[in-house]
Design a protein around this ligand. Sequence first.
Ligand code: NA7
Length: 543
Amino acid sequence: MTLDALSPEGDDAVREVDVVVVGAGFGGLYMIHKLRELNLRTVCFEAGGGVGGTWYWNRYPGARCDVESMDYSYSFSPELEQEWVWTERYPSQPELLRYLNHVADRFDLRRDIQFDTRVESATFSDDTQRWLVTTAQGQVVRAQYVVMATGILSKPRVPDFPGLSDFAGALYQTSNWPHEGVDLTGLRVGVIGTGSSGIQAIPEIAKQASHLTVFQRTPNFSLPAYNGPLDEEGQRELKRTYRERREQSRLSPSGLPMTKTDESALAFSDAERRARYEQRWQIGGFQSILSSYNDLMVNQAANDTAAEFVRGKIAATVQDPETAQKLMPRDHPIGTKRPCVDTDYYATYNRPNVSLVDLRATPIVEVTPTGIRTSAETIELDALVLATGFDAMTGALLAIDIRGRDGVRLADEWAHGPRTYLGVAVAGFPNLFTMTGPQSPSALSNVVTSIEQHVEWIGDLLRHLSEHGLSTVEATPAAQEEWVAHVNAVAAATLYPTAASWYMGANIPGKPRIFMPYIGGVGNYRQRCEKIAANGYEGFVLS
Ligand code: NA7
């Protein structure tokens, strides 16, 4: 669908809708569907040329979700979940993009989406009680509600290495990978960054490059995926009890169908712990080791036992002891940065065409036209891949000039870190919803479970407003303060804030360091949101 080009001048040029949704990834697509059920006129603006959000942009070799296919998928339509057949345990980026395109077609969502359109600003008018949303294309839309489905990892971080713009070889960023694909065969390739994106791309790039140099600033813990085909019979079997599996996920700590143990790592002997970790290691996935005991994320001594086990696995896999040492994380407790899930990552360092540069020991001095100069050497490169991450959780929101009551800018409100009520609303910004926003479980959960919960909760709220003849909802400052204090208190009781992670905003120079996701658990959070709704939307003013 295309909207008429609208000029900002003059009210006639302003299109009126009930809701503007920003972003057509997992969140935006389901939100459009939900709003249609509510008979609300919606327009969704999407910066990309197609649906998919994260899965539209991140097309680097090896790109794959680290949550299993059967769970990283919508549950809102039992028909959809029965008819879609996944091919692998962990969905690849192309398969996820096919799935989201299928969803867009199946529910006829495209007619409410305008692609290739970046939202620039959203301003609340105290006079009209409406939002005025503008796009980079010069369109202006007036809406009663705005839903930011902008994603938690969607604003790429481009590092500012001296000389980067003078690099004469091919320069790529994993989060903005060319759609036509890239052939790195026979090239000398450098990869900067060893988070999930780097760790997934490195084994694939190593197969193509004549030589691959990995530039690592901080080693990460990575756990084996044991990815493989999903057999159809097993999948059919699982789908027989899909509803129960989904329900378990909704009420779980992390949005996954897992049961919690109540055993402490410190209650067992070394040998017993090793046996359990080994058994978990064989299952694969990032929850495998981390859910072995109940105190790994709250007790340093307990965490050390799991971290040491994984370091042992690195030592056993990587043949060169010096390289193995460099790959072993020692600066953060395991799990406090999102652990990576890989296929052959550590073994890739046994290839003769792969080398590792430890940037802590020899930092990058500059990028030259032909390579990278570190404090120790110059490495000639034909291609450079930046896998340097994102301005997570707040980046995409603050990239839009959002102004609430009295012209107050969200960027100013959040100058010292995000402050929200339930991660979905902000005091002073009526009728604005931040889907999977900071201070909701978002990044610490299976994000599709969290997205569905937010979409349904927002949908219920909009229905409630309409049924009661109300048109404005706004979080109270007091409820927000209480929520922020609760989020911080829960985080402070864990090891998470001890790591310089993107959860903390620590990867972005100058960003306030505050633990952004809500760690109290998906199920607890859901129950709290439901109780708030049942009590007439406690902590909100409805008018
Ligand atoms: P991440 O996890 O933020 O990883 C980015 C990597 O890039 C990480 O190793 C960073 O090192 C490194 N980096 C960033 N800036 C620099 C500079 N200036 N110099 C050297 N190295 C740098 O992003 P991903 O895209 O891999 O993954 C994001 C999430 O997507 C992931 O957690 C999953 O949830 C899915 P650092 O650790 O900051 O020292």
